[in-house]
Design a protein around this ligand. Structure first.
Ligand SMILES: [Mn+2]
Length: 256
């Protein structure tokens, strides 16, 4: 925790006003790449893979203790624990971090769990349906306890919420630090990331809702399918950014 606090203080001194994070041991895991986006573009997706337990000595797909780590699990795996235990840990974390973040004027922006499954590799997930975002906000009502609002992950959630209502609801709270603006096709446990204008989500409608509610913060494409060229990632990002600028321009002129 001391290191986390130091990072926040250092970020504040450097003029960085938001830090994105997620609160997960399994992290982003299990996705593969297939040529399923428009034009056969390579894209990342989740296709209900077998979930091996997390070996001891590993968190966030990273090995932190070589002594304990055994990919075959021969030295044991991370002990199962409950969703309540995870929320307790989050409450302790945010209660200690929020005052530091307020002093440093740095917003701590919680990314939802991707893939948004209730458990992954035997460990609980914090935000796997859209209503759990509110639980995180209510737990510590600091203006620095904010959301990294990932529309892609929210669209992947297999819950009963209407995505456009979710965007409307949270963009009215004033506690979105920044937006991950990407599109997907499908929901957990089967989904693929799509080009911004080619998934299940009407992203122009999403932008319209953010605009209507006066959201004026940062939006970034998060990730996109790869273009077939010498710079597949950068071209994909440029395509998404250009599309976003175009729609924002139309919204500002009132052409919804
Ligand atoms: Mn994201």
């Amino acid at each position: 925790m001391a290191l986390c606090k130091r990072i926040v203080r250092d970020a504040g001194r450097a003029g960085i006003r938001a830090i994105g994070y997620n609160f997960s041991i399994a992290s982003v895991w299990g996705r593969d790449t297939q040529p399923v986006a428009r034009g056969g573009a390579l894209s990342v997706g989740y296709h209900n893979p077998v979930q091996p337990p997390i070996p001891n000595g590993m968190v966030w797909n990273m090995v932190y203790d070589r002594e304990q780590f055994d990919p075959a699990g021969g030295k044991g795996v991370i002990e199962p624990f409950s969703h309540d235990a995870l929320w307790d840990r989050f409450a302790r974390f945010m209660s200690e971090m929020a005052p530091v973040a307020e002093e440093a004027n740095v917003r701590l922006a919680l990314h939802p769990d991707d893939p948004p499954l209730p458990t992954l590799r035997g460990t609980p997930r914090l935000v796997y349906n859209a209503n759990l975002y509110q639980r995180a906000l209510d737990l510590v009502p600091s203006p620095m306890n904010t959301l990294e609002f990932c529309i892609g992950t929210l669209a992947e959630m297999n819950d009963d919420n209407d995505l456009y209502e979710v965007i409307d609801r949270y963009s009215k709270t004033g506690r979105i630090a920044y937006v991950h603006f990407r599109n997907v096709r499908g929901k957990v446990p089967f989904y693929d990331e799509m080009f911004v204008d080619d998934g299940d989500v009407d992203m122009a409608r999403a932008l319209g809702i953010l605009h209507k509610n006066g959201y004026d913060g940062v939006m970034i494409p998060d990730h996109t399918p790869a273009m077939s060229c010498a710079a597949p990632w950068h071209a994909g990002m440029a395509y998404a950014l250009g599309w976003m600028r175009g729609v924002i321009g139309m919204l500002k002129r009132g052409n919804r």
